[in-house]
Write a protein that binds this ligand. Sequence first.
Ligand code: CTP
Length: 372
Amino acid sequence: MKIINLNDNENKLYYIGGVVRDEILGLKSFDVDLTYVGNAIEFAKTLKNAEIIKINEPFGTVRVKIDGKEIDIASTRAEIYEKAGHLPTVTKIGCSLKEDVSRRDFTINAMAKQYNSGEITDYTGGLEDIKNKQLRVLHDKSFIDDPTRILRALKFAVRFNFTLEENTKKLRDEYLKNVNYDMSFKRVKKELIETFNLNSQTAYDEFISADIYKLITEKDIQKPDINIEQFVNKYKNLINPQNIWLIYVGTVRDLENLEPTLTKEEKKILDDFTLIEKRNPQNDYDIYKMFEGLMSETVILYGVMENSDIAKHYLDNLKDIKISITGQDLQKLGFEPSKKFGECFEFILKEKIQNKHLTFDNEIELAKKFFE
Ligand code: CTP
């Protein structure tokens, strides 16, 4: 539905990028990008019923509120990559549409659709590539300028079931043989999240076999002999969907480059895995104690990397075992609080792990036995 009311002769406002691609593919878009050929900020000021919410002068972007809905409008802009792998610098606001689309990643993301007339402008052959289900870069330096596009290619390939056009694939493979690690890993992380939160084994297989993982580490990887997608699906209700990517990317053991970009929770998931990975539990109690208190994502990563049976057994059979009696119950039985209480709880827990149907009364009996 059109929110912005334009004069019939206004022809400089366009839908651009992903939203045009998705509409052609018959898919729902995540967000709607609009671009104005000229200065979007000045344009926004002329709009009736539009309240200006936010202006980003250097980028020429503006957020407006119309009928209670917030919309971002960008100015057409030209950019250069002064430092490969980092954010580009804006060199011109209000350039031609052709110049604006030529800074973009793939032909399928470089189409524009006029807001008023719906006419498609396709300077780079995006429609043809959509027909052929291909991802094609716009120039040979694309991956050098912005290596995150290698992950974007993987993401789009999996999302749309597309393949990389021959020269694009060649450029990708050349880059991966000689990665420049002086890049913005914050941007890499964003693409890793968007790629692997799709929970796709196909994406992971390609990530490893095409050496795309070399974007984050120089070290080789030991590919786990397990279908991660199936494993994650089995335990989906235990995983925060925002963390799925960590189960995949956690298999790349050297994550030093990504480390500064990780949140506290993400670090905990990975660090806890490092603490347990070498353990060799001998019985159910050992398994329980090994995983006790850890986030499910850590247990699942262990399942993927080390031994799926142990992790599965914990998640399927042991995770929810808890003893019912408390210190108060022990005091009611006449025992004085001491560190013996802790030992008693462990004693009961050990029994309960062997027989999870123990009742509260059974636990009381065991406590009495313990203090005998
Ligand atoms: N873009 C680019 N290079 C990047 C990131 C983005 O050229 N590294 C351009 C593409 O034209 C893309 C647009 O910016 O279509 C918007 O980027 P983004 O919102 O990340 O992607 P979408 O194509 O909208 O895809 P998604 O559906 O995943 O949001």
